[in-house]
Design a protein. Structure first.
Length: 350
């Protein structure tokens, strides 16, 4: 089982964005020292929820500060970027890091980003499949061209070229279907529980079987008939001296970040912004994810693995809202949880 960390670059009250960004890089360095397999970085625009507007730039910085840990984007928002430009950047990091970089992409939302970057609602509402196909082609071939509604250009060489398979954030049936048809791994969010994750995996597998039986094997960087698909699941991860104390700390701290942060989502059109009762959401997060003492965290991770079949979990470690507590959390997870998961994995394989 692979265990990584998930960093939102969360701006809690009193924190300045520049310091948050520097602290995020230090968290990756700490995760490498603690024994985590990888670190995944979120991307957000024009809000305090997460102050990293370029996950791929942050990943590049962190790759330069580390030597073993893998870095990924969770996610680079594909609806506001040109897929070939994003593929070029990913290929660069792939080569410069010796293969330590993974590109995660997502549809994003109907937010003001679409207006600012000029891609508009059509790219979000009906252009994601085309964007994904162009991206996969650019990451799976030496040359790429396009002739579609949103992208039309002559054949060009990919310099540098790379063979990479992007991971796709799936928060809807439609996106799950698109990922399955192309054989692309899913990234499933921390906003859903194990039962919902298992349902997404089952839906993916049903679509994948149908696609393969029909002779479709995806585009560009997708996986073929004999390949396994390694999905990734995100969860809150926080270890404390006792489960009650860990839960209490997050339930006190997280609303101070989430309340103003979630309010930062501004729709590009006149639609109502989705609302979430923050206190209940934090209760949900602390109930279903590995938040507690080391025994509780290990059991929660094993429960997710058993329920979903997903062997790659990334833990959001910033919930306490303080850089020192985040680093302490990473170190304690590395010292108290990871070794026990590794020993269980060794026993299972033996």
């Amino acid at each position: 089982m692979r265990i990584g960390i998930f960093l939102i670059a969360a701006q809690f009250p009193g924190m300045r964005p520049g310091q948050v960004l520097r602290d995020t890089v230090e968290a990756v360095v700490a995760a490498e020292e603690a024994g985590f397999d990888d670190a995944w970085i979120a991307e957000h625009h024009f809000m305090s929820y997460g102050v990293c507007p370029s996950a791929i730039t942050m990943a590049a910085m962190a790759l330069g500060r580390t030597s073993r840990i893998h870095l990924g984007t969770a996610v680079s928002v594909l609806s506001t970027q040109h897929p070939v430009a994003l593929a070029e950047q990913a290929a660069m990091l792939h080569h410069l890091s010796g293969g330590r970089f993974a590109l995660g992409v997502g549809r994003g939302g109907p937010w003001v980003d679409l207006e600012v970057f000029g891609t508009g609602l059509p790219r979000f509402e009906r252009g994601f499949a085309e964007s994904l196909d162009v991206l996969c082609a650019a990451l799976g071939r030496d040359r790429v061209s396009a002739e579609g509604e949103f992208f039309a250009f002559r054949e060009v060489a990919m310099v540098p070229s790379a063979r990479m398979t992007p991971v796709v954030a799936c928060t809807s049936q439609e996106t799950t279907r698109l990922a399955a048809e192309r054989g692309l791994p899913m990234l499933l969010g921390m906003h859903i529980d194990d039962e919902e994750k298992a349902a997404a995996v089952a839906s993916y597998e049903a679509t994948r079987r149908s696609t393969l039986s029909g002779g479709g094997l995806g585009e560009g960087g997708g996986l073929g008939a004999g390949d396994g698909v390694a999905h990734v699941a995100a969860a809150v991860g926080f270890v404390g001296d006792s489960t009650a104390r860990a839960v209490r700390e997050l339930r006190e701290a997280m609303p101070r970040w989430l309340q103003p942060g979630l309010a930062g989502y501004v729709p590009v059109d006149g639609r109502a912004r989705p609302t979430r009762e923050v206190g209940k959401y934090v209760e949900f997060l602390t109930e279903v994810h590995p938040v507690g003492d080391a025994d509780h965290c290990v059991a929660a991770i094993e429960r997710t693995r058993a329920a979903t079949g997903i062997e790659h979990l990334v833990l959001m470690v910033e919930g306490a809202g303080d850089t020192a507590r985040t680093l302490e959390n990473i170190r304690r997870l590395g010292a108290e949880v990871l070794p026990r998961l590794s020993s269980r994995r060794a026993r299972d394989s033996g």
